[in-house]
Write a protein that binds this ligand. Structure first.
Ligand code: NAD
Ligand code: TYD
Length: 372
C-alpha cells in the first residue's frame, strides 16, 4: 500500500492519472494538491471524488510549509509531480508564471521532500519523487534526425520548455547531491478526455462543434508524436514500479503526425459521426459544416507561433526494454475515444471555458483538505 501526493491532479494528465491509479490501486491513498488555475478543474476529479481514499487540497506547490504538512500528515511515500503551466503559446506572451510554477514550484517540492524524507527521516529508505516532464526539453528535430533519446542534449526553445528543462535539472541535482530518490519521465504530446480546449486536438474538436475557424499555425507541417493520455499514466506507473532511481525515461508510442494531417483527420471523423448519428445535428445545431460533411472548410491558416519547434519524436527503446512499456491504444482507437468523449461532454468543455461548472463542482467534495 502506498500514500501518493499528486500535484496538478486537477489538470488534464494529472486527473487522468488519478482516475487510472484509483481504479488499479483502490487501496492506496491519493492526495491531490492543485492550485486550480484556469487549467485546473475539480470536475476532472469527479469520477474519484467520493472514493474513501481520495483527498483534495486546494493549494500552491510554491507553499513549501503546506507541502511539508501534507507529506507528514498523510505519511506520503510517493510524490508524482504534474503541476505546471503547460501551454507554449501562453509562455510566449507571459513567461513569468512558468518560471514561478515550473521552476520555483518544483524547487519548493524538492525542498519539502528533502526535509521530510531525508532530514526528518519519514520514509527515508523508501520514498520516490517522480517528476513528469516533456520531450520539448530536447528542442526541435529536422525531418531525418533520429528521435529524442534519454541522452539527447537538452536544447529547449520556448519559455515553457526552458522552464521544464530547469526543473528536470533541479530534480537531477537533488538526487545527485542529497540522495533524494527521484525519477523523471519525458513524454510526447498527450491527447484524450479532459484536455483543456486551448490545445490543438480539443480546440479543433470543440471549434468544429461551434462552427468556428480551425487555426493552423504557419504551413501546418510541424510534426508532433501523439500518445493517448492513459498510456502516459501506464508509463508513469511502470517507472514508479520498475524504474531505477536517478534515471530518466522517455515515454511515447512512435506516432508522428503533421498538424495539418491530424486536423484533416479530425474533420473527416467528425463528418462521419454526424452522418452516422442524426441526433448530433439536434444536439449541436451550430455545427453546420460538420452536418454538411464539410468540416474541413473551417481550416484557416494563421501566423506561425514564434520560435515554433518543427518536429518532436520520442525514441522509447529504454522504457520499452527496461520497463516492458507498450502503449495499449492505437491512434485510430484513441482519437475515436477522444472524439466520443467530447461529443458526450459538452457540459464539461463549454463550462471549463466559462468557469461556471467549477462553482457547481466545488459543492461536490466530501474530503476537502484545508490549508494547514
Ligand atoms: P494542465 O495545464 O492541463 O494542468 C496543470 C495542472 O497544474 C492544473 O490542474 C493546474 O491547476 C495545476 N497547477 C498549475 N500551477 C500550479 C501551482 N503553482 N500549484 C499547484 N497546482 C498548479 O497540464 P497537463 O497537460 O495536464 O500537463 C501536466 C504535466 O505533464 C506538466 O508538468 C507538463 O509539463 C507535462 N507534460 C504534458 C504533456 C502534454 O501533452 N500536455 C506532455 C508531456 C508532459
Ligand atoms: P499544442 O497542442 O499547443 O502542443 P505543443 O505546442 O506543446 O506541441 O500544439 C500542438 C501543435 O499544434 C503545435 O505544433 C502548435 C500547433 N497548433 C496550431 O497549429 N494551431 C492551434 O490553434 C494550436 C493551439 C496549436
Amino acid at each position: 500500500m502506498s500514500n501518493l501526493l499528486v500535484t496538478g491532479g486537477a489538470g488534464f494528465i494529472g486527473a487522468n492519472f488519478v482516475h487510472y491509479w484509483m481504479e488499479n490501486y483502490p487501496q492506496d491513498k491519493v492526495v491531490v494538491l492543485d492550485a486550480l488555475t484556469y487549467a485546473g478543474n475539480k470536475a476532472n476529479l469527479e469520477p474519484v471524488a467520493k472514493h474513501p481514499n481520495f483527498y483534495f487540497c486546494h493549494g500552491n506547490i510554491c507553499d513549501t510549509p503546506l507541502v511539508e504538512t501534507l507529506l507528514k500528515e498523510h505519511r506520503i511515500d510517493t510524490l508524482v509531480h504534474f503541476a505546471a503551466e503547460s501551454h507554449v503559446d501562453r509562455s510566449i506572451t507571459g513567461p513569468d508564471a512558468f518560471i514561478e510554477t515550473n521552476i520555483i514550484g518544483t524547487h519548493s517540492l524538492l525542498k519539502a521532500a528533502k526535509k521530510i524524507w531525508l532530514d526528518e527521516g519519514l520514509n527515508k529508505e523508501n520514498h520516490r519523487f517522480h517528476h513528469v516532464s516533456t520531450d520539448e526539453v530536447y528542442g526541435t528535430l529536422g525531418p531525418n534526425d533520429p528521435a529524442f533519446s534519454e541522452t539527447t542534449p537538452y536544447a529547449p526553445n520556448s519559455p515553457y520548455s526552458a522552464s521544464k528543462a530547469a526543473s528536470d535539472h533541479l530534480v537531477r541535482a537533488y538526487h545527485h547531491t542529497y540522495g533524494l530518490q527521484t525519477t523523471i519521465s519525458n513524454c510526447s504530446n498527450n491527447y484524450g478526455p479532459y484536455h483543456f480546449p486551448e490545445k490543438l486536438i480539443p480546440l479543433v474538436i470543440t471549434n468544429i462543434l461551434q462552427d468556428k475557424p480551425l487555426p493552423i499555425y504557419g504551413d501546418g507541417k510541424q510534426i508532433r508524436d501523439w500518445l493517448y493520455v492513459e498510456d502516459h499514466a501506464r508509463g508513469i506507473d511502470l517507472v514508479l514500479k520498475k524504474g531505477r532511481v536517478g534515471e530518466c525515461y522517455n515515454i511515447g508510442g512512435i506516432n508522428e503526425w503533421a498538424n495539418i494531417d491530424i486536423v484533416k483527420l479530425i474533420c473527416e471523423l467528425m463528418n462521419e459521426e454526424f452522418a452516422r448519428n442524426p441526433s448530433l445535428a439536434e444536439k449541436y445545431p451550430n455545427a453546420t459544416k460538420a452536418q454538411q460533411g464539410q468540416a474541413e472548410e473551417l481550416i484557416t491558416f494563421v501566423t506561425d507561433r514564434a520560435g515554433h519547434d518543427r518536429r518532436y519524436a520520442i525514441d522509447p527503446r529504454k522504457s520499452n526494454g527496461e520497463l516492458s512499456y507498450q502503449p495499449q491504444e492505437s491512434f485510430e482507437t484513441g482519437i475515436r475515444k477522444t472524439l466520443s468523449w467530447y461529443l458526450d461532454n459538452e457540459i464539461w468543455w463549454s463550462a471549463v471555458m466559462d468557469g461556471s461548472y467549477q462553482d457547481w463542482i466545488a459543492t461536490q467534495y466530501a474530503q476537502e483538505v484545508t490549508k494547514a
